[in-house]
Design a binder for this molecule. Structure first.
Ligand code: XLS
Ligand code: NI
Ligand code: NI
Length: 436
């Protein structure tokens, strides 16, 4: 059985190729700054959007054609879908995938039955991983779709929701370990609030901290050694998500003594929802030593929500790659396409077009970023811009050798600031364009 009979393995054909189902930039063995493209990106396909996304939106039903799917919530259907997923990922040539527990297997009538369903599907996942060599980038538990999590999971006002969520994460950690998952992700789901009049924020945050510690403890107990990640997002579904951006997450992790165990999984569209650029989020997490992995996608400037589109913009991918090169890459994280087809692109082949374009956009972004770095002008500009800190009073301040009295004495003698130089933003933007 084949779900994509018209598609051969996607190959690199170079920038001149007009074949829409070939890579023009992603050449997995090509070495850039000492690593192959395959190692730089560690591309990953998401199970949820790619194999469970229906194209439904608040105004209408799903549109995606999934001829391999019988539409039933049966375990057999879920197992067959695994084979389709691996056929897709293998033909695409992505080395990793990621899932939520509920994407891969249906819920049963009880927690025990749900866990059995997950085991039954995980068996096939493992078989397919072994057959293809495709690996699990991360697992995560869906703690937001089921109505039991209406008030949140670990931050719910209802302690039973915390307990159920804990049972779910326990199982998902076991499965992630069994499948050799390299990371485990917590995206906040419904961990946030809609209205502060009914919310004890402090208590909810304490519970979230407790929950994450319990996960870390259990992972240690069962020997799961993957990296834990938190995925910031400022809103959707709640109006304020506790994990709102990189800075808020890092503060939370510090406050609850979790920085030894967690890094961040940054998503482009979440960054923009937070009023930041992805470059900002990457730089912030990077210089704090907290950059773990990325969910690669993009929003739409005219639509204000998390549209999770595939990245196609070289400017964006070049910015991302500048940051990834600066901070030494992502492993054991990767570039995970948490992205979906728009509902008007409903044929299975569109999944290939979307992923091929995303991988190529990142490969092109890598080459642009590496060329900018090799050119050295940007680095040099920034170095010079801060040169007043390299000697004299600047060096003394940085070394902790100048107190307020000394600084006043220095300024009384000097009288005024010199020299003040232009930020040259337009010139630098033009410089970047030269490389595009
Ligand atoms: C939702 C998130 C989600 C996480 C995994 O906005 O991006 O898909 O990546 O739970
Ligand atoms: Ni998202
Ligand atoms: Ni995501």
């Amino acid at each position: 059985m084949t779900a994509f009979p018209e598609v051969e393995k996607i190959r690199y054909e170079g920038p001149d190729s007009k074949n829409p189902l070939a890579f023009r930039w992603y050449n997995e063995d090509e070495v850039v700054e000492g690593k192959t493209m395959k190692e730089h990106f560690r591309f990953s396909v998401v199970y949820w959007h790619t194999f469970r996304g229906t194209g439904a939106d608040p105004f209408g039903a799903g549109t995606m054609l999934q001829p391999w799917d019988d539409g039933s919530p049966s375990v057999t259907n879920a197992q067959d879908r695994v084979r389709v997923a691996f056929e897709f990922i293998e033909k695409l040539g992505a080395p990793f995938y990621a899932f939520h527990d509920r994407d891969v297997a249906p819920e049963g009538d009880s927690l025990a039955e749900t866990n059995q369903n997950l085991d039954a599907v995980a068996r096939i996942l493992k078989e397919e991983q072994e057959r293809t060599g495709i690996r699990l980038l991360w697992g995560t538990a869906n703690l937001f779709s089921n109505p039991r999590y209406v008030h949140g999971a670990s931050t719910s006002c209802n302690a039973d929701a915390f307990a159920f969520a804990a049972s779910q994460v326990k199982k998902c950690l076991e499965i992630t370990k069994e499948l050799g998952g390299q990371n485990y992700v917590f995206w906040g789901g419904r961990e946030g609030y809609q209205n502060l009049f009914n919310t004890d924020m402090k208590r909810e945050l304490d519970h979230l901290g407790r929950f994450l510690h319990l996960a870390v403890d259990y992972a240690r107990e069962i020997g799961f050694t993957g990296q834990f990640l938190i995925e910031p997002k400022p809103k959707e579904p709640t109006k304020h998500q506790y994990d709102s951006d990189a800075a808020a997450c890092i503060n939370f992790l510090r406050a609850y003594d979790l920085t030894d165990h967690f890094k961040l999984n940054l998503e482009t569209n979440h960054a923009t929802l937070a009023g930041h650029t992805m470059m900002h989020e990457l730089d912030y997490a990077g210089h704090q030593g907290m950059l773990g992995s990325i969910d690669a996608n993009t929003g739409d400037t005219l639509l204000g929500w998390d549209t999770d589109q595939f990245p196609t913009n070289y400017y964006l991918t070049a910015e991302v790659m500048l940051m990834l090169l600066k901070y030494g890459g992502l492993a054991p994280g990767g570039v995970n396409f948490d992205a979906k087809l728009r509902r008007e692109s409903f044929e299975p082949i569109d999944l290939f077009h979307a992923h091929v374009g995303g991988m190529d956009a990142f490969a092109r972004g890598l080459k642009i970023a590496a060329a900018i770095r090799a050119g050295g002008e940007l680095d040099e500009f920034v170095r010079n811009r801060y040169s007043s800190w390299d000697t004299g009073i600047g060096a003394r301040i940085e070394a902790g050798e100048a107190d307020f009295r000394a600084l006043e004495a220095y300024m009384l003698e000097k009288g005024e600031i010199t020299p003040n130089v232009s930020g040259r933003q337009e010139m630098l933007e033009n410089l970047i364009n030269r490389y595009l």
